[in-house]
Design a protein around this ligand. Structure first.
Ligand SMILES: [Fe+2]
Length: 246
């Protein structure tokens, strides 16, 4: 068993059974959660995919509630991390005007997890972020930033990193060299807010690998990122614990 790390929250997962391209049924959810607990994870956000263009918010929430109920029937708090609802929201035109009620990462005080679309960069993407951040005063976490830096040009990433209020979620895959050998090469990441997530979908090629990433983060190369993750994880953990009492 590895030493306890203060990096112990999984901010991104597809564990709810039968709701998206993640766990296909409860048996997979149980395996994912049990594995995460063994890997030192104390809390995990269940961030099922949501796309404003494809589904009404109310329908999504009803489907998610149903999947959550299924999970609760097999949930074992002794051997699994604490679970919190959330969603991974696909970035699309017009989403700056949408209602996000219930999509937030539960107990975090309103943080929403948003993924960049799988298409070429367009300035409309930053327009959306600016509306959410500065007009609507929302708290935004960018999903798997390592995929963003692997896909977009350096200049675009630099501009994205200028939004100091954003929180950047790194997938554990980044520490196995998936998508890019070094996703932050040539980018100044000092002062940015980072958190970790497995983005686990199954028990196969996308099984939880949280402990591997935490171990890799011990290397000097990742010192800045590790310190930021420690700081952010502890800070958000305190916020979650406080909000649980409400
Ligand atoms: Fe995801």
């Amino acid at each position: 068993m590895a030493d306890k790390s203060v990096i112990n929250i999984d901010f991104h997962s597809h564990i709810l059974p039968g709701i998206d391209d993640g766990a296909k049924d409860e048996s997979v959810s149980v395996s994912q959660l049990t594995r995460l607990r063994k890997q030192g994870v104390e809390k995990v956000f269940l961030t099922s995919h949501f796309d404003f263009r494809k589904e009404r918010l109310s329908t999504f929430k009803a489907r998610r509630a149903e999947a959550y109920e299924r999970l609760m029937r097999v949930y074992d708090e002794e051997n699994m991390p604490e679970v919190f609802l959330g969603s991974e929201i696909y970035m699309a035109r017009g989403m700056d005007k949408c209602d996000y009620d219930g999509l937030e990462l539960e107990k975090t005080g309103g943080i929403v997890l948003i993924e960049f679309p799988r298409e070429q960069f367009g300035t409309w993407m930053f327009d959306i972020l600016e509306t959410l951040l500065f007009e609507r005063k929302m708290k935004v976490m960018i999903a798997h930033i390592n995929r963003v830096t692997a896909a977009f040009k350096k200049d675009i990433c630099k501009n994205l990193f200028d939004y100091e209020d954003l929180i950047f979620q790194i997938n554990t895959e980044a520490f196995r060299g998936v998508f890019a050998p070094d996703p932050f090469k040539g980018l100044d990441v000092s002062g940015l807010k980072f958190v970790l997530g497995t983005d686990t979908h199954d028990m196969g090629t996308r099984a939880p690998d949280y402990d591997h990433a935490v171990k890799k983060l011990e290397s000097r190369k990742y010192e800045g990122i590790r310190q930021s993750m420690e700081y952010m994880t502890e800070k958000l953990n305190r916020r979650i614990e406080k909000n649980k009492l409400r």
